[in-house]
Write a protein that binds this ligand. Structure first.
Ligand SMILES: Cc1cc2nc3c(=O)[nH]c(=O)nc-3n(C[C@H](O)[C@H](O)[C@H](O)COP(=O)(O)OP(=O)(O)OC[C@H]3O[C@@H](n4cnc5c(N)ncnc54)[C@H](O)[C@@H]3O)c2cc1C
Length: 446
C-alpha cells in the first residue's frame, strides 16, 4: 500500500459487493490493475448482529460471490465447503439454503484469502477531485484507527472508485433515547445489545419489536425462544404477517439476466415492476417462520400462558427511553385516535435500511454527477455514475440502484455478475486511458 501510488481502483466498503469485486482482481492478476479496499470495521463480518442461530440464507448458495460468473472460481461456496471438509456433509443436508452463520463464515474465508487487498479500520470520510482537467483523478480521504485507538487521516489516489457501503439503519421519528442508549436499538445492533439481557434469561422481561418483515419476525421468534418468561409485542401495520413470494416464476426477478430487462425498460414500467414485486423482499416473512410463530401463538392460547402478542394494523407513534424502561405509544391505524401505551424493557426497531443516493461520502463530488428524471445520479448498466465530461475518473456505485436495476440491486443474487460487469468496464477503460504519473503534490503528468 502506497499513498503516492495511483490505484486503478479504490473500493469503499468491504461487504459482499466489494468482496465479489476483489475476488475478480485476484483472479485476474495478469490484468495488472491495482486495487485497494477500505473498510471501517476491524475485520470482515456480514450483518454480524443478525447472525441469529437457526436463521437461513434467503438465496441459493449458488448465488455466492463467484459461481454464476465462474463456477470454477476458487471463491465459490462449494470450494469453501471442500476446503473446510464439509462438502459431503452439506450435500447430505439436501438444501440450497445454508444458515446465515455458515454463509458469514464462507464470506469471511474469502475475505481472509483476499486480505492483501483490504485496509480495515479505515472509514472513508470524503472524496475529492484531484489534479487539473483533463487529468483529474480522485482522492479518497479516510480516517484510520490504529491498535491503540489513535485516529489519523490519510488518503489514496484513484483512477476509479467503487462505492459499496450498504444501507443506513432506518430509525423512525418520535424516538427519544438516553445518552448511553441501552433500551432502544435497531436490528443492526440486535445480538450485541441483547447480550446483557441474556445473563438473566429467566427474568419476565417485556420486549417490543417494531416491524412486520423478516428481521422483525426473526427477532420476535429469537426473543421468545431465548427468554422463557418474556412477553413480546410485535407492532406492525399489516393485518397479519405477510408471506414473501419466493415461488419459481416470480423469483426469476432476481436473476442477473433480468437486470437487463429492467434496465432497458421505461421509467413507468420500472416503477410498475418495483411496486408489483415488493412482496418478494419488503415487509414480508418466510412462510416457515410465519408457521412457527403462528403455532406458538396458538399453543399459548391453549395453555393460557400468553407471551407472544401481535399488534396488527398498528404503528409506533413515539418511544421514550427512561432509566428503567421504554414508554411506547402505539397508534391503531383503524382508529387513529386510539393510542395504546405500553411499557417495555427494550424496544427493537426492525425498520429496515435506507439508501440515500448519492450516499453522503459522494456529497463533495455531487456537482460532477449528472442526474436522471428522478433526480438521482444517472447510472450505466455497469453501475458507473455519469459525470460531467471534464471528470474522466470512474465513479461506480453498488447496491443503490433499485430504481434502474431492479429489486435485486441491494441483495446478493446478482452480485457476482454485477462485479464482473464493473471489473470489465474498468479494465476496458484502463486500456484506453492515458497513463497518469504523480509528479509533485497537486500536479499530474502524462
Ligand atoms: C440481516 C440481513 C440478512 C440478509 N440476508 C440476505 C439474503 O439472505 N440474501 C440476499 O440476497 N440479501 C440479504 N440481505 C441484504 C444485504 O444487503 C446483502 O446481503 C449484502 O449485505 C449487501 O452487500 P454490500 O456489500 O452491498 O453491503 P453491506 O453488506 O452493507 O456492506 C457494506 C460495508 O461497507 C462498510 N462501510 C460503510 N460505510 C463505510 C465507509 N464510509 N468507509 C468504509 N467502509 C464503510 C460497512 O462497514 C460494511 O462492511 C440481508 C440483509 C440483512 C440486514
Amino acid at each position: 500500500m502506497n499513498m503516492n501510488h495511483i490505484y486503478d481502483v479504490v473500493g469503499i466498503g468491504f461487504g459482499p459487493s466489494n468482496l465479489a469485486l476483489a475476488a475478480l482482481f485476484d483472479e485476474n492478476r495478469d490484468s495488472q490493475l491495482s486495487a485497494i479496499f477500505l473498510e471501517k470495521k476491524s475485520s470482515f463480518s456480514w450483518h454480524e448482529n443478525m447472525l441469529i442461530p437457526g436463521t437461513e440464507m434467503q438465496i441459493s448458495f449458488l448465488k455466492d460471490i463467484a459461481t454464476f460468473r465462474t463456477p470454477s472460481s476458487p471463491y465459490t461456496f462449494i470450494n469453501y465447503l471442500h476446503s473446510v471438509g464439509r462438502l459431503s456433509l452439506f450435500a447430505n443436508l439436501r438444501t440450497f439454503y445454508p444458515s446465515r452463520i455458515e454463509f458469514n463464515r464462507y464470506f469471511t474465508w474469502v475475505a481472509e484469502k483476499l486480505d492483501q487487498y483490504v485496509n480495515y479500520n479505515c472509514t472513508v470520510t470524503d472524496i475529492h477531485v484531484y489534479g487539473k482537467s483533463p487529468h483529474m483523478i480522485l482522492r479518497v480521504i479516510y480516517e484510520k484507527i490504529d491498535a491503540k485507538s489513535h485516529r489519523s487521516t490519510s488518503y489514496f489516489l484513484a483512477k476509479n472508485i467503487v462505492v459499496a457501503t450498504g444501507g443506513f439503519p432506518y430509525i423512525p421519528p418520535g424516538i427519544t433515547r438516553q445518552v448511553d442508549n441501552q433500551r432502544i436499538w435497531h436490528t443492526s445492533e440486535y445480538l450485541q445489545k441483547i447480550e446483557k439481557y441474556k445473563s438473566q434469561s429467566k427474568y419476565p422481561y417485556h420486549f417490543c419489536v417494531v416491524g412486520g418483515g423478516q428481521s422483525a419476525a426473526e427477532v420476535t421468534h429469537d426473543l421468545h425462544q431465548f427468554f422463557p418468561n418474556a412477553a413480546i409485542n410485535c407492532i406492525h401495520n399489516n393485518f397479519g404477517l405477510k408471506a414473501s413470494d419466493d415461488s419459481e416464476f416470480i423469483n426469476e426477478i432476481f436473476l442477473p439476466e433480468n437486470v437487463d430487462l429492467f434496465y432497458d425498460t421505461s421509467g413507468p414500467m420500472r416503477k410498475k415492476l418495483l411496486e408489483a414485486y415488493q412482496n418478494t423482499n419488503y415487509a414480508v416473512v418466510d412462510t416457515e417462520l410465519i408457521q412457527k410463530l403462528y403455532r406458538i401463538k396458538y399453543e399459548e392460547s391453549v395453555t393460557g400462558k400468553k407471551r407472544l402478542h401481535f399488534n396488527r394494523l398498528s404503528v409506533m407513534k413515539s418511544a421514550n427511553e427512561t432509566d428503567h424502561h421504554v414508554e411506547v405509544n402505539i397508534k391503531n391505524t383503524v382508529c387513529p385516535t386510539c393510542i395504546e401505551p405500553l411499557q417495555a424493557d427494550a424496544l427493537i426497531l426492525a425498520t429496515g435500511y435506507t439508501y440515500l443516493n448519492p450516499p453522503p461520502i459522494l456529497q463533495t463530488l455531487s456537482h460532477y454527477l449528472i442526474t436522471n428524471e428522478l433526480g438521482l445520479p444517472s447510472v450505466t448498466r455497469n453501475h458507473q455514475l455519469l459525470t460531467l465530461s471534464n471528470l474522466k475518473a470512474g465513479i461506480y456505485l453498488q447496491g443503490y440502484h433499485e430504481s434502474t436495476h431492479g429489486i435485486t440491486d441491494t441483495l446478493l443474487s446478482a452480485s457476482s455478475i454485477r462485479a464482473q460487469g464493473i471489473f470489465e468496464q474498468i479494465l476496458s477503460a484502463s486500456r484506453q486511458q492515458i497513463k497518469y504519473v504523480k509528479t509533485t503534490e497537486n500536479r499530474l503528468a502524462i
